[in-house]
Design a protein around this ligand. Structure first.
Ligand SMILES: Cc1cc2nc3c(=O)[nH]c(=O)nc-3n(C[C@H](O)[C@H](O)[C@H](O)COP(=O)(O)OP(=O)(O)OC[C@H]3O[C@@H](n4cnc5c(N)ncnc54)[C@H](O)[C@@H]3O)c2cc1C
Length: 374
């Protein structure tokens, strides 16, 4: 029986990027997903825009924008056929938001232009408010990108129901590996990872056939892609803190389409396909990357943690278990950088960036979690 170096569970953009970089470092990787490569979940529903974050220079903004620079260079160099650098216009949500854009400008670290209303109109966008135009941003073809990332990696459609760790090996039914990466999105039924505070946000996307002349993509309350090969993608996430998938009945898409019709000419749009899915976010909106704390051992060993006890040493971990998750609304922006960091950690022992290491959330969770004995 083959023993893999790593099994990655979940073939969304997080799992596929992790698998790609681990394979690049020479490891034998197997990837498992219950429903196909980016065929359900957040990665199937995503419009997959890759654009910078705007704001007043928070640390989440700087991390996102580091990840943006990494992702667009990575996609352009390695998979240019699945990443279209259409440029993305970031339009203020309303007049108040528009005033904030003036303050945001100094914190834009990527190449940006200010487009005024008449220039937006000339590009087919019905908006009077001046907007940021990030010409290096773009849009991925999500399933094709995920498939391309794992071209040389064995993939099996398989629903993981339980995990065992015996004799230094992870056992998933008939598959064995020295290490395991969980990239299962908003779901986790295997190990206690409550401290990471993963929450689902539900969203909908419609792909419309059209001959509209629209060569740039845009974000406002919703996202509208450029016309790429006769298809415009229109989508948004709209239900926060959801635990189970909602029925994908096309209802929210009607609202999303109504907003789109105020932004671009949708008169010849014909709905080709509807996608729905859940994206997973962490408590503090930063990604979750690295090893997993052994929660039950820690709570037994340090029973006063819920009452504020401090730790002198690093928390104990579940052996050879890793997570790449919590990529929020920017999975296609964060995933390549996270995949590389994880591979450098696993193969070269390089420390995981503290901003994304899930350990950051553990002590706070112990103190704030009402279901822990005090
Ligand atoms: C409507 C919408 C629009 C979005 N737009 C953008 C955007 O424009 N740009 C952007 O960057 N991001 C966007 N996102 C966010 C992005 O989709 C997510 O951040 C990203 O897809 C998360 O990827 P993931 O691999 O972590 O999770 P998922 O893509 O959810 O992948 C998890 C995978 O794990 C598998 N799995 C779960 N449990 C098991 C099990 N027990 N056994 C086997 N397999 C299992 C699932 O089948 C699934 O394939 C959007 C999200 C939505 C919903």
């Amino acid at each position: 029986m083959q023993i893999y170096d790593v099994i990655v569970v979940g073939a969304g953009i997080a799992g596929c990027s992790s698998a790609y970089f681990l394979k690049q470092k020479g490891l034998d990787v197997l990837i498992l997903d219950r429903s196909g490569v980016a065929s359900t979940g957040g990665s199937a529903a995503a419009g997959a825009f890759v654009s910078p974050k705007i704001g007043k220079g928070s640390s989440l903004q700087s991390l996102t924008n580091e990840a943006f620079e990494f992702a667009k260079d990575f996609y352009l160099q390695n998979f240019p056929e699945h990443f279209k650098q259409t440029g993305v216009v970031r339009i203020p949500k309303d007049r108040d938001d528009s005033k904030k854009f003036v303050e945001y400008d100094e914190f834009n670290t990527s190449h940006v232009e200010y487009l005024e209303g008449h220039r937006l109109l000339a590009k087919g966008i019905h908006q009077a408010m001046s907007s940021f135009y990030f010409d290096e941003a773009g849009v991925c073809d999500a399933p094709k990108m995920c498939q391309a990332l794992i071209t040389d990696i064995p993939y099996v459609q398989y629903e993981v129901k339980s995990l065992e760790y015996e004799n230094s090996l992870w056992i998933v039914d008939k598959y064995r590996a020295k290490k395991l990466v969980l990239s299962t999105g908003y779901e986790n039924r295997f190990v206690d990872m409550r401290y990471m505070g993963v929450k689902g946000t539900w969203g909908t996307r419609g792909d419309y056939e059209t001959s509209i002349d629209l060569d740039i993509s845009m974000h406002q309350k919703i996202s509208i892609s450029a016309n790429i090969e006769g298809i415009v993608k229109v989508g948004a996430t709209h239900e926060k803190e959801v635990d189970v998938c909602i029925r994908c009945d096309g209802e929210p898409l009607k609202n999303i389409f109504k907003i789109a019709s105020e932004m671009v000419d949708t008169s010849d749009f014909r709905l080709k396909e509807t996608f729905c899915g859940m994206r997973s976010g962490s408590k503090d909106y930063f990604p979750l990357l690295g090893s997993v704390i052994d929660v039950s051992t820690m709570l037994t060993k340090y029973p006063k943690l819920p009452r504020g006890q401090k730790l002198k040493d690093a928390p104990e971990k579940l052996e050879n278990l890793y997570v790449c998750n919590g990529l929020g609304g920017r999975g296609f922006v964060f995933a390549p950088m996270m995949g590389q960091m994880l591979a450098e950690n696993i193969v070269e022992g390089k420390e995981i960036d503290k901003r994304v290491n899930p350990d950051r959330l553990f002590l706070k969770w112990c103190r704030k979690s009402p279901d822990l004995e005090r």
